[in-house]
Write a protein that binds this ligand. Sequence first.
Ligand SMILES: [Zn+2]
Length: 379
Amino acid sequence: MASSDNTAPKGILLKDLHKICENLDTTLSFCYKYGLLKNWTGLPCPKTGCRGIIKLYADSKNVHEKKMFKCSARAQNCYFKRSIRHGPSWFSNSNLSIATILEITYCWVYDYPTKVIQRELDIGSDTTLVDWKNYCREVCSVTLEKENEMIGGEGKIVEIDESKFGKRKYNRGRKVTGQWVLGGIERGSNRMFMKPVEKRDRATLLAIIKDHVLPGTTVYSDCWKAYDCLSDEGFIHGQVNHSIEFVSPEGVHTQRIESTWRAIKAKIGKYGTRKHLYDGYLAEYMVKKKYLSDRHDKFEVFLKLISKLYDPNNLPTTESAQQDGPSNTAGSPTAATIEEETAEADNDDEIPDDEPFDFSDELFPEEEPYFDTSADLFE
Ligand SMILES: [Zn+2]
């Protein structure tokens, strides 16, 4: 394995990141390099008619970095200023230091356990870390949504299957019905899709398959009746009857998607999750498979994905002019010193996702509604 080979490239290690984060200059250079922050230094002042140049100045009122980008023409009454985190950026609206945010992101990329992250990064609040892990997963969800990639195609085989997540073995006072997920994996690649579904009827499943699998694809599935229509819908359909065999006489099997379900459940099952967060967990799995597996520079690759979504360098100039509150009241030092970015995190979802669910459903057949029924009995 590459990890045991000392000469193999390793990418950035946590100790390297710590060193980068030891002072603001190296931290900022790093963020500029990966497109996470906009370097205003040396740019002409965007204010109409101003000939100043933007520089980084000390600013004791800035709560985070104690520095702000400001116009050099203060003497001419130009009070243009921008916070270092001026958004859209990965660091906007957070009370954490840029260094801590980078380190949390690093630990998430490398699947560090929550307790290790909390201790090593000295993070007191559970919800803060939960929020940031959810933000990382959101990057995954949105990346996949934007790509909207179809898998399969003529000559390609896609295995499809549904699986139920979040089922509990025992009722512990709360009914948990679980979440069905439809997934498909293209053989010979890490290309896949996974969608939580409310129903497993033909219309629901077919619509998702048509959204994600190219016509002409050979689709392998089990004998769930909702799939019967696939050969009429432009797919070459192979089925394996799981009640009698794992591989059909024609060699059809869905073992790759089934092992993928097991891998995802093993990963998220340890922590459990709430129903509305499944999308994020599934997206995390898919993005880590697609972009980060077998790479020595996972962190760097993920930072580039972040910078595509939170791109502070791609602000329309008109917008930046409009957002510049102080310029509308030029000459008013009071207005000019108001920081435009208040540290108000989006705390819509403060519920920690660390509820211990029991995912040991390998012991039980997927389709049997054991737990739902027992939950009803004890409710
Ligand atoms: Zn200026």
